[in-house]
Design a protein around this ligand. Sequence first.
Ligand code: PGA
Length: 296
Amino acid sequence: MNSLSTSAVSPPINKPSRAVGTNLPTLVFDSSEDLARHVAQLVAGIIRERAAHGQQAVLGLPTGSTPVGVYRELARMHREEGLNFSNVVAFVLNEFYGLARDQLQSHHRWMKEHLLDLVNIPASQVHVPDGSVPLARVEEHCREFEAAIEQAGGIDVLLLGIGTNGHIGSNEPFPGTTGRTRLCTLDPVTRRALASDFYGEWNVPTQAITMGLGTIFDARKVLLLALGERKAGIIREVAEGPVSPRVPASYLQEHADATVLVDAAAGSQLTSSQTPWAAGKVEWSDALIKRALLWL
Ligand code: PGA
């Protein structure tokens, strides 16, 4: 059966609202589905635009629960709309150190299941840090990873998730700001968050190979994604707080083209959601007047 004939027409994406009073452009979507489809369309636009000029599209891709919807939508676009990934070069953000590529929790395996096996990116154009290289070869491996990014012409668009402690990739609080791909130690907060994936915190690897903040900064476009109330506090810090080594993602405030994209829950602590009157001009409704009075 022709898969095109079975595809349902997607409903339009509800437009996000742009949070005011932030230090980083911040888009708040009604739902995680709207966010996922918006990001997938943006990535697809870059892939198509590059292909139209006979060029490769270089993507930086994270693992984790946050980008699952984006990858699902990209895979759907490939299946149902014929989105062609043959010009894509993909660089995966990080990998646990000490895990083999096919091990259950490895990012390599995760990425295969959630995207790579579902679209047509040629295997030779997929780069995932190898968590199984011997310690003596890690530095060389990291240099090769960086060289591959450079050879591809740099990353066009890099998607990022964020940890509740503000990490991006495995750049935990107090990272070097110029760091390139390297082996680094995972924060206890991160290892605790991963405990269920590894059947206990004590099984979670202590180290990962990750793109550094320098690598992340060199990407031409960065999209930081966050979903759910659990991320609301750190999103407020990243978008509205000062640039601080305590919150690695806050350095994105200094990037020329970085945007924060959140669902309503992850954006719920932004000033423009909580106390919009403090963020600038508002349209006063009875409900809002009541909220402001209670707040006072
Ligand atoms: P999550 O992880 O997408 O599973 O919330 C993000 C991260 O820790 O970087």
